[in-house]
Design a protein around this ligand. Structure first.
Ligand SMILES: Nc1ncnc2c1ncn2[C@@H]1O[C@H](COP(=O)(O)OP(=O)(O)OP(=O)(O)O)[C@@H](O)[C@H]1O
Length: 251
């Protein structure tokens, strides 16, 4: 379980997160939703120790992330952030291989190679594995970074908007792969803007607004016209299709 306890964050004098206390369940797929600027990326970055905590505590499966050894943390948690600054003169397979670094420290073995090929396959990148990153489309590049995150083989996967730039078939493929990893016992936290992906694939939804938790629970509780309408300040309708909420917002 990830336990976020009393986490606040500010940039200059501007509050970004205000006293967040939250439990993210182990072995489940949790969707983090909410409007632009709500604080989702900030919370994910603090949890993945990409930024130092200013106030509060975050524990992952009992270990305080403030004191966990870096290599141990990399095996425990893989994080895909929104900005990926790695150089574009890398080939796709080389990028994905970086995900294995915490396991082999520069001396990859057959297991590492197999995990890289599996991640390439899962992200539909095998035919593009020898291409340079700067010779890929935006969506293909995004899939390469997701593949690197998958190859890390961590217990926890934290992904910030992995579906950004993906076509609907590849977006579905990524969600199905994440659900498969969840079924195999891994724990997933994914920032999503497409509410219907959250409604269909997530076990648990955490909705943020203005640096606070606005709603939390299973899709059936969070994906209602009332709750989502308040969070996003808009009118929408929710239908039930095959027992799952379907949010209509083009009205
Ligand atoms: N470097 C920065 N300087 C000032 N404000 C910042 C900085 N980085 C983020 N913020 C502000 O922090 C708030 C939360 O940003 P964050 O990226 O966590 O939101 P988000 O919910 O992930 O948004 P989005 O859906 O747009 O990705 C926003 O109001 C943003 O403008």
């Amino acid at each position: 379980m990830i336990e976020v306890q009393g986490v606040s964050h500010q940039i200059g004098k501007m509050p970004i997160l205000s006293d967040i206390t939250l439990r993210l369940p182990m072995g489940k797929l949790t969707a983090l939703i909410g409007p632009n600027g709500a604080g989702k990326s900030t919370l994910l970055s603090l949890t993945g120790r990409l930024m130092p905590l200013q106030a509060g505590q975050i524990r992952v499966d009992g270990s305080d992330i403030g004191t966990t050894d870096t290599r141990a943390l990399a095996k425990q948690m893989a994080i895909l952030s929104q900005s990926n600054p790695l150089g574009s003169r890398l080939r796709v397979r080389e990028l994905v291989s970086f995900g294995r670094w915490p396991h082999h420290q520069g001396r990859p073995g057959p297991r590492d190679a197999a995990e890289v090929e599996q991640a390439l396959h899962d992200m539909d990148l095998t035919p593009l594995a020898d291409r340079f990153l700067d010779a890929l489309s935006g969506g293909q590049r995004q899939r390469a970074f997701i593949a690197m995150t998958l190859a890390q083989g961590a217990e926890w996967l934290l992904l910030d908007e992995p579906l950004a730039a993906l076509d609907m078939a590849h977006a579905r493929g990524v969600m199905a792969r994440l659900a498969g990893l969840r079924d195999a016992g891994r724990s997933i936290v994914v920032v999503l803007h497409d509410i219907n992906h959250a409604a269909v694939w997530a076990d648990h939804i955490v909705a943020m607004k203005a640096g606070r938790i606005a709603a939390e629970g299973p899709p059936s509780q969070v994906c209602t016209a009332e709750v989502l309408g308040t969070i996003y300040d808009m009118e929408l309708r929710v239908m039930q299709v095959e027992g799952k909420p379907l949010v209509l917002h083009h009205l």
